[in-house]
Design a protein around this ligand. Sequence first.
Ligand code: ADP
Ligand code: ZN
Length: 210
Amino acid sequence: MNLILLGAPGAGKGTQAEIISEKLNIPQISTGNILRAAVKNGTECGLKAKSYMDAGALVPDEVVIGILKDRIAEADCANGYILDGFPRTVPQAEALEAMGVNIDKVIEISVDDEVIKSRLGGRRVCEACGASYHIEFNPPKTDGKCDKCGGNVVLRKDDAPETVIDRLRTYHEATAPLIDFYKGRGKLSTVVGQEEVADTSKLVLEAVNS
Ligand code: ADP
Ligand code: ZN
């Protein structure tokens, strides 16, 4: 099964993608995590991406499309995958179709901007494996350490309040048009993001199985 999780930054796509990935035993593909790893490792692609990411802007389509294409060609994607943070523009969605990828379902997690602004300040991410946490709603078992790999759990630079406003604007301008794009293809389910991670997961799994 090939799934797309769509939603504003901080709507909880990453957390939900991790959960469904474990349930369905198919990989979560987060372009944000891949890009952050590239930045950390100082690769050519990371060097190109860094300034956009720090500013809360989108990395150019050709860069992320290349990354995604390589990733879904890997062996662990043979039985399907969950795209988390891709596509983020209509040209990216069109590129996916041009690659011949068949998407089974697109699940939009809908959360109000005001809720997002208050959530992102508490968000933390594992430097090593990219797992996401929230200091209040979903803290790691040991303070500052990742449950999955023991890596350091840190605040993302682009979760600073000024950058969050830019990321939300980018979402509404560039990514939200994908809601109609996939509605038009009969693939869209919308789930309203709940306060508790587990409550949202229930709704997401219902949408996946519907
Ligand atoms: P969030 O969904 O919380 O904004 P991500 O980890 O998905 O965070 O992405 C972080 C940043 O990485 C984005 O703000 C953007 O700069 C870049 N990025 C990730 N995925 C894409 C994509 N598909 N297209 C363009 N830029 C991307
Ligand atoms: Zn980790």
